[in-house]
Design a protein around this ligand. Structure first.
Ligand code: UDP
Ligand code: MG
Length: 312
């Protein structure tokens, strides 16, 4: 592989303070390669991000941008960037400079050694808040258990993929996308590179607790039917316990010595527990019906309002 083109995809939501500095750092590193492009995906920012992107593009046409009609979320911004990228390898990274630009040559050289996917794993660092680290660890544990897909601990959406992998992602029709899991699940030759995340340069994280929980539920339910299976197991367990208790009750009724009208507490506990159990399982069923509903509607993953400097 002699001359190749590098694409860098950067989802950006309210990153006015970051996009210019990131672009400057990126260009410094990318200009050593034969050709490159930087694709910013503006996820309907409400600040001056889009203006900044326009300005960057005016100065350097290799910096392109797509702009969404509304906020579709990080995963879809990534998908859009990959869909439109034309490089031989595509690197995705965050706009907030938490992902070190300096790692790019390393990612590229690992790709040149024959890997299809070079993903990054963040080392624990005080640059991330305590809560973020803990919730993130828990997330990966639950994720691995529930999906059976071995999503590496601390894998972020900072990675390099080659054309083959990009083509698979472009052709996926899944509406509910959890790229981290999807890419692990895909196979190919994958290799990890470690890095220490920096502090967010400017602005604040838009991954609120609510968004993280939503991502976790999506990650788990979009991958397989483990929660449904657990629900069935729970059902079997409860039935079994009920059977034992039923035998006891029957025995007391038929051969019990004392006639005692107790049972208020046990009755109430049984009703409450079973009621809760049933609602919980119905909730899980509901999640899956919701997924089927969303997939069958076949709505687009994202809507682009404006794209600049893309030929097709
Ligand atoms: N992002 C996005 N759409 C959103 C939220 C975030 O495109 O709705 C982008 C954001 O601009 C950043 C990346 O996704 O480039 C990661 O977001 P953030 O830094 O807020 O998350 P954290 O690093 O705290 O997990
Ligand atoms: Mg960040």
């Amino acid at each position: 592989m002699s001359a190749f083109k590098v694409s860098v995809v950067v989802p950006s939501f309210n990153e006015e303070g970051n996009v210019s500095i990131l672009a400057e750092k990126l260009v410094k590193i990318l200009k050593q390669y034969a050709d490159y492009e930087v694709i910013y995906v503006n996820d309907a920012s409400t600040d001056k991000t889009l203006e900044k992107l326009k300005e960057l593009h005016r100065k350097n046409p290799k910096i392109k941008y797509l702009s969404f009609s509304r906020n579709f979320g990080h995963q879809y911004a990534l998908k859009a960037g990959i869909d439109y990228a034309t490089g031989n390898c595509i690197i995705s990274m965050d706009a907030d400079l938490q992902h070190p630009v300096e790692l790019i040559p390393e990612l590229i050289s690992r790709w040149q050694k024959g890997n299809n996917i070079v993903y990054t794993v963040r080392k624990e660092s005080k640059n991330q808040g305590w809560l973020k680290r803990k919730t993130s660890n828990l997330f990966y544990k639950v994720m691995r258990f529930m999906t059976g897909v071995n999503v590496p601990q601390g894998a972020a959406d900072f990675r390099l993929i080659d054309e083959k992998v990009a083509e698979v992602i472009r052709n996926t029709s899944e509406k509910i996308l959890f790229l981290r899991g999807y890419i692990t699940w895909m196979g190919f030759r994958q290799e990890a590179v470690e890095y220490i995340p920096a502090k967010r340069f400017s602005g604040k994280s838009s991954y609120t607790l609510k968004k993280m929980i939503a991502l976790a539920i999506t990650g788990i339910t979009s991958f397989g039917i483990m929660p449904l299976r657990l629900a069935s197991l729970l059902g079997i367990l409860v039935t079994f316990l009920g059977l034992i208790y039923g035998i006891y009750v029957l025995y007391m009724k038929l051969w019990g010595t004392a006639y005692i009208v107790t049972g208020w507490a046990s009755l109430l506990i049984t009703i409450l527990l079973l009621g809760g159990c049933q609602l919980f399982i119905m909730g899980i069923l509901g999640e899956y019906i919701g997924l089927i509903f969303i997939e069958t509607k076949k709505r687009p993953n994202y809507i682009i309002e404006e794209k600049v400097n893309f030929d097709d």
